[in-house]
Design a protein around this ligand. Structure first.
Ligand code: FE2
Length: 277
C-alpha cells in the first residue's frame, strides 16, 4: 500500500534568506542555546547553507509535520540500536530535541520506524522499529541502517515525538541529501534533511527537532505541564505522572514515565510506560 502523499500540518520550508535572518535574530535572544544548535547544522561559520542542507533550530520555527503513512505500529520496543539481525549500511543518527525557544527538552519520546535495506517494512514483528528518550541535555542517538527504497518514495525514516506531559505528537519523516528521488517525491520536504556523512563503511547523520512547546525562560529544561492523571481508569489524552496508578482491563498499573496517554499506548501494550501491579 503506498503512502498517502498528502502532507498534513506541513509548513513551507524556509528560504535561505529567511533562515539566515532568523538565526541572526535568535542569536541575540538566546545566544548560548542557539550558538550550540547552529553549530550542529554547520552554519556557525556564517557561510550560507546550500539549498540541499538541513536547517538549524530557529526560535519559533517548529519541525514540519508529515504523514504517518501506512506502516506505523504502536508498542515498539525501547531500544537505541535497531541493527540486531539486520543487514545493511550502518547509520548512526543523533541530535537534539528543542522547544520553540531552542532550549533542549529532556525525556522526549522518539519512536522510529523504517524500511529495511530492501525497502520492506516489518509489519508483523518489530524489525527496524524502536523508541527511545532524549537525555538530560535533550540529546538522542539511534543506531540503525540506511533504509532502502520502495516504489513511490525517496529514502526516508519515520519518527513520532512527544514531550513529557504534552498531548501533542509530532509525526514526521527524515530525508537523506543527494537522493535523486528527493526531486520527485511529493512528500519530501528539504527542511527535514539530515546532515549525513560517510564514516568508514557506515554513515553518521544528525538532525535537530523543534517541538511546539513554549520556552521556559531558563536554559534548564523542565516539564511545563503538571501530569495529574491517575487513580482511575486509563484514558487517552490524560497526562500521567510517574508513579500514577490506573486500572485497565481489570488490572492495575503504575506509570513508569510521565507522558500523555494516546490510543495504542494502553498499559498492556507499553511496558516502558506502565508496570502491572
Ligand atoms: Fe515509509
Amino acid at each position: 500500500m503506498p503512502e498517502n502523499p498528502h502532507v498534513s500540518g506541513e509548513e513551507p520550508g524556509l528560504s535561505r534568506k529567511q533562515f539566515i535572518t532568523a538565526v541572526g535574530v535568535g542569536a541575540l535572544a538566546v545566544p548560548a542555546v542557539v550558538g550550540a544548535t547552529v553549530a550542529t547544522a554547520g552554519a556557525a561559520t556564517g557561510a550560507a547553507p546550500a539549498v540541499d542542507e538541513p536547517l538549524a533550530c530557529t526560535p519559533g520555527r517548529t519541525t514540519v509535520a508529515q504523514t504517518e503513512g501506512p506502516y506505523f505500529k504502536p508498542n515498539s520496543p525501547e531500544r537505541d540500536d535497531l541493527t540486531a539481525g539486520v543487514s545493511g549500511t550502518r547509520l548512526v543518527l543523533s541530535g537534539h530535541v528543542f522547544n520553540r525557544a531552542c532550549q533542549p527538552l529532556s525525556r522526549v519520546l522518539l519512536d522510529f520506524w523504517q524500511a529495511d535495506t530492501m525497502g520492506a517494512y516489518d509489519n508483523v514483528r518489530y524489525t527496524l522499529r524502536g523508541h527511545l528518550y532524549t537525555d538530560a541535555n535533550g540529546a538522542y542517538r539511534l543506531t540503525t541502517v540506511v533504509p532502502g527504497l520502495y516504489p513511490g518514495r525517496t529514502r526516508h525514516i519515520h519518527v513520532k515525538l512527544q514531550a513529557p506531559g504534552r498531548p501533542q505528537i509530532l509525526t514526521t519523516q527524515l530525508y537523506f541529501p543527494g537522493e535523486p528521488r528527493n526531486n520527485t517525491d511529493t512528500i519530501y520536504d528539504p527542511s527535514l534533511l539530515m546532515n549525513v556523512r560517510t564514516v568508514g563503511s557506515g554513515r553518521e547523520a544528525t538532525f535537530d527537532f523543534v517541538l511546539n512547546v513554549a520556552g521556559t525562560g531558563s536554559p534548564t529544561p523542565t516539564p511545563t505541564a503538571t501530569p495529574t492523571g491517575g487513580g482511575g481508569t486509563w484514558q487517552a489524552g490524560t497526562p500521567y505522572a510517574a508513579g500514577a496508578q490506573v486500572t485497565y482491563g481489570g488490572a492495575t498499573y503504575r506509570c513508569l514515565q510521565a507522558h500523555t496517554a494516546q490510543a495504542g499506548w494502553e498499559p498492556p501494550n507499553v511496558p516502558a510506560l506502565w508496570q502491572r501491579l
